[in-house]
Design a binder for this molecule. Structure first.
Ligand code: NDP
Ligand SMILES: O=CC(=O)O
Length: 290
């Protein structure tokens, strides 16, 4: 199966490498075209524009930063829409349900097929094919994409109509962002009250709230290492979009709102391209001021 892949950031690069290594033919495109070179060295072809990729490939996957990027790649000149008739488009970016529905409507009205399929799991799961895929939209396309999903992920869910995948992803990530804030506060509290935060990591890891995120990120955070796996700007985007979903549904979300403020503070400190665990730095600043 030949797959078109649009967007070679942290996730898209890892996912397309994985597809290539598992025997798929892949044609890639990235806004900054030079990022395609590494994939070419592994056997990928390059399209000069999204339209050129879609013209060549029946199944096309996008992994783009945010709603603006997702819309631009579809609707702009030389975009996906120009060649979508009879072709398939799977948007795996994390966007809001309205963006996903807008893309779906445009694609299907031009005779294309659409699936949204955002993922849970970060850089390492993308590299090792351990993502959790949250698909919604055209069921027949979901079934057609299963061989690719089996390479990219450890489990795929089909969640029904377009928008449900986006919603599920935002619910998961609003919980994750709030957890990262609680974890960071706990690390600061341990330190300031005279405990060794490394001991806290060991205690947490043996108890009821042990989880891969605390286990994976904690030691690096204590060394001020925020090498980006999941950039903070994207986590804050997800908080913002999840809070908007809360607004729409009259769901009070004070914990998530406070966590969002901390991520915004981190962005204002210039930390947006670091890993989202860098929100810890906002609390260390507060600590030093008090
Ligand atoms: N990193 C992670 O752990 C995870 C990320 N996600 C989600 O996956 C998506 C991608 O994340 P990630 O790979 O980390 O992000 P990156 O920031 O590493 O990559 C973003 C990609 O989007 C492209 N892009 C940005 N703006 C535009 C635009 N206006 N037009 C065209 N292309 C554009 C970038 O192109 P260029 O190279 O030219 O800048 C790049 O290819 C996001 O929605 C994120 O929330 C989901 C799960 C985990
Ligand atoms: O969206 C980020 C993730 O780790 O999942």
């Amino acid at each position: 199966m030949e797959i078109g892949f649009l967007g070679l950031g942290i996730m898209g690069k890892a996912m397309s490498v994985n597809l290539l290594k598992n025997g798929f033919k892949v044609t890639v495109w990235n806004r900054t075209l030079s990022k395609c070179n590494e994939l070419v060295a592994l056997g990928a072809s390059v399209g000069e524009t999204p339209a050129e990729v879609v013209k060549k490939c029946k199944i096309n996957i996008a992994m783009l930063s945010d709603p603006a990027a997702a819309l631009s790649v579809v609707f702009d000149k030389d975009g996906v829409l120009e060649q979508i008739c009879g072709k398939c488009y799977i948007d795996m970016s994390t966007v809001d349900p309205d963006t996903s529905c807008k893309i779906s409507e445009a694609i299907t009205s031009k005779g294309g097929h659409f699936l949204e399929a955002p993922v849970s799991g970060s850089k390492q799961p993308a590299e090792t094919g351990q993502l959790v895929i949250l698909a919604a939209g055209e069921k027949a396309l979901y079934e057609e994409a299963i061989p690719a999903f089996n390479v990219l992920g450890k489990k795929s869910f089909f969640l029904g109509q377009v928008g449900n995948g986006a919603k599920m992803k935002l619910v998961v990530n609003v919980i994750m962002g709030s957890m990262m804030n609680a974890f960071s506060e706990g690390l600061v509290l341990a330190d300031r009250s005279g405990l060794n935060p490394h001991d806290l990591l060991d205690v947490l890891d043996l108890g009821a709230i042990a989880n891969p995120m605390f286990r994976g990120k904690g030691p690096a955070m204590l060394q001020d290492n925020y090498s980006p796996a999941f950039p903070l700007k994207h986590q804050q985007k997800d908080m913002r979009l999840a809070l908007a979903l809360g607004d729409e549904n009259a769901v009070s979300m004070p914990v998530a709102a406070a966590a969002n403020e901390a991520f915004k503070k981190a962005r204002s400190m210039g930390l947006e391209d670091l890993d989202f665990s860098a929100v810890f730095e906002t609390m260390k600043i507060l600590k030093h001021k008090s």
